[in-house]
Design a protein around this ligand. Sequence first.
Ligand code: XMP
Ligand code: MG
Length: 185
Amino acid sequence: MATEMHPDVSEILFSEEDIQGIVRRMGAQISADYADKNPLVVAVLRGAVVFTADLMRAITCPMAIDFMAVSSYGEGFKSSGVVRIVKDLDTKIEGRDVIIVEDILDSGLTLSYLVRLLESRNPASVEVAAFLVKDVADNTPAITPRYVGAHVPDEFIVGYGLDFAERYRNLPYIGILRPEVYKKK
Ligand code: XMP
Ligand code: MG
């Protein structure tokens, strides 16, 4: 069945099948690296929920899951790097191997803040699994994720958990949002 493209999306970058392949590869890497470590997988709400739900089912070693919700103080699309914790972990991470799961890394400021915060709690290790990394010219991301699903161009990306104004998270594919959609208003 061909995927019906949403009229606000100009291009599909990764279909459901593409996503499945990427997630399987990431799950296999993580399962090999953490075989005997029982890592804590930390999903960053809300964008990473869809990816995390798939990724955890592609992880074959023992693991646990917890959630954090953060909100960036910056206005608009660009994060400022100043992050407010809206929901913290319920799990103590001292001595544990932690994998932070994010939907997309742009400047990397959000994730570098989270990595520093969690590192201050003395875990055994903290690594990042980012489903997407945005390729932005003249911009070196503040962190390098250990696991990366795919690279995307410097456009507004929606679907598979990624939103614009809380819409489009339910699209089963990753697409480029038409600029007309976010430029009007
Ligand atoms: P930084 O710059 O801190 O930004 O790496 C990461 C956060 O910004 C959001 N973001 C996006 N969300 N489509 C989205 O739906 C995008 O193209 C996009 N680029 C950045 C996202 O919340 C991520 O956690
Ligand atoms: Mg996010």
